[in-house]
Ligand binder design. Structure first.
Ligand code: HEM
Length: 481
């Protein structure tokens, strides 16, 4: 080496490295604190590349918002920015902003589910659609799950099925509530949608296929043999093969289909004779998913919360007893009875608030969005945090308590959005509420129950009971009519 002092050189190399590290750190810290894009809501960008991905999806009790959100809220308020899978993400627990998002669906915002969900559920399900095709499909789904059908046919079907399941439990003392509820709501769904009754040997195979497809939605989308994702794709193929066979069958025997003239497949063919097999398949898969998993977990949560709050169980039981004529053993619940079960409605509202079945809804900006002095650039992912709204102490007194009575006093709340909002508001909120109420009616009149071992609903991110909600049931003396 010429012209270089070896001592200076030996000092300058580490010095240069230290300076380089310092410069990179300053830029990184500066970037983390949002200096570079100061019009975005404030926030911490997390680690390089992965951002806050792991913190955002760290499992936590469904009845809480988790440590990460807690920390970000206390630092930056109800709207903050972070990074998720290398991209900017705006997280909002602000009811005003969230309503603004839902009201501007398809204008300023669009649904933003991970692409692998499309492969499992099919691109023809409502959450992936927009424009004219969306409107046509939505009116088809709403037409099938219409109010009249709910009040007449579906109410009677759930009553019959709930009565059957209560009788079947008389042989048991221990049950895994998750599994029982999964079977109960799947049997209801498969009969209405594919026209198959629970005694059909294929029904159990189909139920397993739907559960495998559901597991694939929350897995890493790796198409290797034996991964949950590839099992989910196989499950979809199996479901579609059955749906196609059933649809072809209805086309061939359109005048004589033996009691299957009321299901969704028949309804799709009748209302749109040129509908493709793929579209029927997507409609069936989308509807069974919507009907099954959310309603099932809601009843599991209600059982869990009621079990821990004996006063609410007692009041629910009393209210339901008043609606039943004990002298008439064939008395059925009428729509008016159901509507008058005010405390039952409060239990459902509170379960939906505290259990946070769908904790977040994903959207993406379609153009630059201006809100309260912030500019959110086109293409930014938005996480509308429903659970954070539900657990906000400024909207709900003692939000960490299960307290159904709050709904008797306050009626409605702008912070309560378990069914979403705007044009994408849940098509099944009415039927879901009715099914939950009917199931609870039969349950509380027939049984007492307690948890066999500790289990707690966890957001993983979908809400689940890790141990399957194992409970001991005790039959009550008075039987339901
Ligand atoms: C307790 C049970 C349920 C809960 C908590 C629930 C919740 C939700 C939520 C939050 C959304 C909005 C999704 C978004 O904006 O991205 C939604 C949409 C939807 N739900 Fe439900 N749901 C339930 C039961 C049902 C049932 C029983 C049906 C059956 C008809 C159903 C059908 C749908 C459909 C078709 C959509 C898509 C609407 C659209 O994209 O326009 N849901 N649900």
């Amino acid at each position: 080496m010429t012209g270089a002092d070896p001592i200076v050189l030996s000092l300058s190399v580490p010095l240069a490295t230290v300076i380089a590290i310092l410069v990179v750190s300053i830029f990184w810290i500066y970037g983390r604190k949002n200096g570079a894009d100061s019009k975005l809501p404030p926030g911490d960008k997390g680690w390089p590349i992965v951002g806050s991905t792991f913190s955002l999806f760290k499992p936590h009790p469904a009845t809480s918002i988790g440590d990460f959100l807690h920390l970000q809220h206390s630092r930056y308020g109800k709207i903050f920015s972070t990074r998720y899978l290398g991209k900017t993400l705006v997280v909002s627990a602000d009811p005003e902003f969230n309503r603004f998002v839902f009201q501007n669906e398809m204008r300023l915002f669009q649904n933003n589910l991970p692409p692998h969900c499309k492969k499992i559920l099919g691109e023809g399900i409502l959450p992936f659609m927009a424009g004219e095709t969306y409107r046509n499909m939505k009116s088809l789904v709403l037409g099938f799950f219409n109010s009249w059908q709910i009040q007449t046919r579906f109410l009677a079907e759930v009553e019959e099925a709930a009565n059957r399941v209560m009788n079947s439990w008389r042989q048991k003392s221990l049950i895994l509530a998750n599994e029982e509820l999964n079977k109960f709501f799947f049997n209801l769904a498969v009969e209405r949608i594919i026209g198959m009754t629970p005694d059909d040997p294929e029904v159990e195979e189909l139920r397993k296929a739907f559960n495998a497809a559901n597991a694939g939605l929350y897995s890493v989308p790796l198409s290797l043999p034996f991964t949950p994702f590839s099992k989910a794709l196989k499950a979809r193929d199996f479901i579609c093969s059955i749906v196609k066979r059933e649809a072809e069958d209805r086309k061939l025997k359109s005048d004589k289909i033996n009691g299957k003239e009321n299901d969704l497949i028949w309804y799709c063919l009748k209302n749109n004779p040129s509908i493709s097999m793929k579209r029927i398949c997507d409609a069936v898969i989308g509807s069974i998913f919507a009907v099954l998993f959310n309603t099932q977990i809601c009843v599991g949560l209600a059982m869990y919360f009621l079990g821990q709050c004996p006063e609410s169980l007692q009041q629910l039981r009393e209210e339901i007893k008043q609606k039943i004529n004990y002298t008439d053993t064939t008395a059925k619940l009428t729509w008016d009875d159901y509507k008058n079960m005010e405390f039952c409605q409060s239990v459902i509202n509170e379960t939906l608030r505290f259990g946070n079945i769908i904790p977040v809804l994903w959207r993406k900006t379609l153009s630059d969005v201006y809100f309260k002095g912030y500019t959110i650039p086109q293409g930014t992912a938005i996480m509308t945090h429903i659970a954070a709204m539900h657990l906000d102490p400024s909207a709900f007194e003692n939000p960490n308590n299960f307290y159904p009575w709050r709904w008797l006093a306050m009626g409605k709340s702008n912070n309560w959005m378990p069914f979403g909002g705007g044009v994408r508001h849940c098509c099944g909120s009415e039927i879901a509420r009715m099914e939950i109420a009917v199931f609870l009616r039969y349950l509380v009149l027939n049984y007492d129950w307690e948890l066999v071992e500790h289990d707690h609903p966890v957001a993983l991110p979908s809400v689940t009971f890790p141990k399957g909600l194992p409970i001991r049931i005790h039959p009550l003396e008075e039987k339901t009519p």
